[in-house]
Write a protein that binds this ligand. Structure first.
Ligand SMILES: Nc1ncnc2c1ncn2[C@@H]1O[C@H](COP(=O)(O)OP(=O)(O)OP(=O)(O)O)[C@@H](O)[C@H]1O
Length: 307
C-alpha cells in the first residue's frame, strides 16, 4: 500500500526524515509512533505529495509518488496537521467546497456523500453555524468527514484524536475499526502509545528522522518468557524453583518459564498454592522507550545540536 525506499527530507541543515524504508501493507492498521520532532509529519506529508522529498522513492497504492498523485490521491483520505477549514463557513459548506474541488465526484451525489460522511463521524445533526464556533473536537470530526468523502482505500491520519475527549477518542477508534474491517488500510501517526496499542496491528517507530523499528504488534507484545506468580507459599516456591526466580516482592515472584502451563502443573503438583499467574509481555511503551531518544522539542544543555 505504501512503500518508501531510502526516503530523505532535509530542511537546510536539519534532516527531518533520514533514509526511511516504510512498508504499510494492504489491510494494515499501521501506527507510526515517535517523539515530537522525530519526522512523522514530514514523512506523511511526503506520502501525500504535500512536500517534495530530497531523495529516495515513494510508492502509494502501487504507484510512484508524487508523479502519479492525480491517480492516487482521490483514493486516499487524509487528515494531516489538524483539520483545516474555512472558519466563516459551516461544516457542510466546507465539505461542499472540498467535494467540488476533489476529482471523481459528480455534483448529483454530493449532498448524499456529505451527509453520509457527517453521519459517520457523529456530526449528522450539525446545523449551519460557522466552523469558527466549533469546538476542537468538532473540527477534528469535520476533518475526518473530509477524509472520508471519497470512501478511500487508504486513510492517512496525523493525530486524529487530538482535542477529543475520552468518549470521542473511543468513537473515532470504533469508526476506524469499522472502516478497516470493510477494507480500508489505515496509517495513523500518534505520540499516544495507548491509542496505537489499542488499535494498531503494525507499528513503526521514528526517532530523529530514522525508522528505528517496524514490527507487528503481535511480535512486539510476544511473551517474554517470564511469568508473574502470586503465592502465599512464596518461600517454598523459591526453594523449589531454585535459580529461576528473578524477582521477589512479598508474595509476588517473577519466574523464568518458557511454558507457563508446565510451571503451574509443577507448583500445584507440589501442593503449592497459586493465587495468581500471569504471562509477562513487553509493553509498547517499553519497546518504544528502548529504541528512541528524547523528543526534539527538549532543549537540554547537552546534545542541543544532535542533527
Ligand atoms: N518546513 C520546515 N522547515 C524547517 N524545518 C522543518 C519543517 N518542517 C519540519 N521541520 C523540522 O523537521 C523535524 C521533524 O519535524 P516533524 O514535524 O516531521 O516531526 P513530528 O514527528 O511530526 O513531530 P510532532 O509530533 O511534534 O508533530 C523537526 O526538527 C522540525 O523542526
Amino acid at each position: 500500500m505504501i512503500v518508501t525506499r531510502a526516503l530523505t527530507k532535509r530542511f537546510g541543515r536539519i534532516t527531518a526524515v533520514d533514509g526511511v524504508d516504510l512498508n504499510v501493507r494492504e489491510g494494515d492498521r499501521y501506527g507510526l509512533l515517535g517523539p515530537n520532532g522525530s519526522g512523522k509529519t514530514t514523512l506523511v506529508r511526503m506520502l501525500l505529495a504535500l512536500v517534495f522529498a530530497t531523495s529516495g522513492e515513494i510508492e502509494v497504492l502501487g504507484r510512484p509518488m508524487p508523479r502519479r498523485a492525480r491517480e492516487v490521491l482521490p483514493q486516499v483520505g487524509a487528515l494531516v496537521e489538524g483539520p483545516g477549514a474555512y472558519g466563516h463557513l459551516s461544516g457542510r459548506a466546507n465539505l461542499r467546497l472540498l467535494d467540488a474541488a476533489g476529482p471523481g465526484g459528480g455534483r448529483s451525489g454530493r449532498r448524499r456523500r456529505i451527509d453520509a460522511a457527517l453521519e459517520r463521524v457523529g456530526l449528522g445533526g450539525v446545523d449551519d453555524r460557522p466552523v469558527r464556533t466549533y469546538s476542537l473536537g468538532m473540527r477534528q470530526r469535520l476533518g475526518m468527514a473530509a477524509a472520508l468523502l471519497r470512501e478511500p482505500r487508504l486513510l492517512i491520519l496525523d493525530e486524529p484524536t487530538n482535542g477529543l475527549d475520552p468518549r470521542g477518542i473511543r468513537e473515532v477508534r470504533a469508526l476506524l475499526e469499522e472502516l478497516n474491517a470493510a477494507g480500508t488500510t489505515v496509517l495513523l501517526c500518534s505520540h499516544l502509545l495507548s491509542e496505537v496499542e489499542q488499535f494498531c496491528t503494525r507499528v513503526g517507530v521514528m526517532d530523529r528522522g530514522r525508522l528505528v523499528l517496524e514490527e507487528s504488534m503481535a511480535a512486539i507484545r510476544a511473551p517474554t518468557g517470564r511469568v508473574t506468580v502470586r503465592t502465599p507459599d512464596a518461600d517454598r516456591v523459591v526453594a523449589l524453583l531454585d535459580g529461576r526466580v528473578e524477582e521477589r516482592d512479598g508474595d509476588r515472584l517473577v519466574v523464568r518459564a518458557a511454558d507457563p502451563a508446565e510451571l503451574n502443573a509443577r507448583l500445584v503438583g507440589e501442593g503449592l498454592r497459586v493465587s495468581e499467574m500471569r504471562v509477562r509481555h513487553r509493553s509498547l511503551e517499553e519497546v518504544v522507550l528502548d529504541v528512541t531518544g528524547p523528543g526534539a522539542d527538549r532543549v537540554d544543555r547537552e546534545g542541543r545540536d544532535r542533527r
